[in-house]
Design a protein around this ligand. Structure first.
Ligand code: ZN
Length: 157
């Protein structure tokens, strides 16, 4: 399997086991780009620390993220909220003559439908894998079947 470009970028931005670059600004941008995965000796790995409440922290970038897959209606609500915010902001920024901000948000808005489609597709695929892993876990008598086991266990091969 070929490498994922953005995971390779995360890997290249790491110094030791964390993202660290020559300036604070570059480090911040690299952290925002984090895929929460990295390559080590040809294998993709994660460094997630569970907080025991269905969320955890990526030790590479410091971001707190949810482990439980999002449901379709949750994605729709979040995207509707994002769309509302963007529509309001672009309206006000245009009124105020804030050119760069208006152009940025107007362009960003055109990506929202694609983002929503991708999120739904990925979350659905994630739920499927999660269900299979839980079933396997139950059959093998493993007691650690927990929500998000798919995410927390990914890449640790
Ligand atoms: Zn991360």
């Amino acid at each position: 399997m070929g490498k994922i470009k953005s995971v390779a970028i995360t890997t290249n931005n790491m110094k030791g086991k964390k993202i660290k670059l020559s300036s604070k600004k570059k480090t911040k941008e690299a952290r925002e780009q984090c895929t929460h995965h990295y390559y080590s000796k040809g294998h993709m790995k994660t460094r997630l620390k569970s907080l025991g409440d269905g969320t955890g922290v990526c030790k590479i970038c410091g971001t707190r993220l949810r482990f439980i897959p999002y449901e379709k209606d949750e994605i729709e609500d979040l995207m509707d909220n994002t769309r509302s915010l963007c529509n309001h902001t672009v309206f006000i920024s245009a009124e105020l003559g804030m050119k760069a901000q208006t152009d940025f948000i107007a362009s960003f808005k055109t990506n929202l439908t694609n983002i929503e489609k991708i999120c739904k597709k990925v979350e659905k695929a994630g739920r499927k894998v999660d269900t299979i892993k839980k079933k396997k876990n139950r059959m093998s008598g493993g007691g650690n079947a927990q929500l998000g086991s798919f995410v927390t266990g990914s890449g640790r091969r």
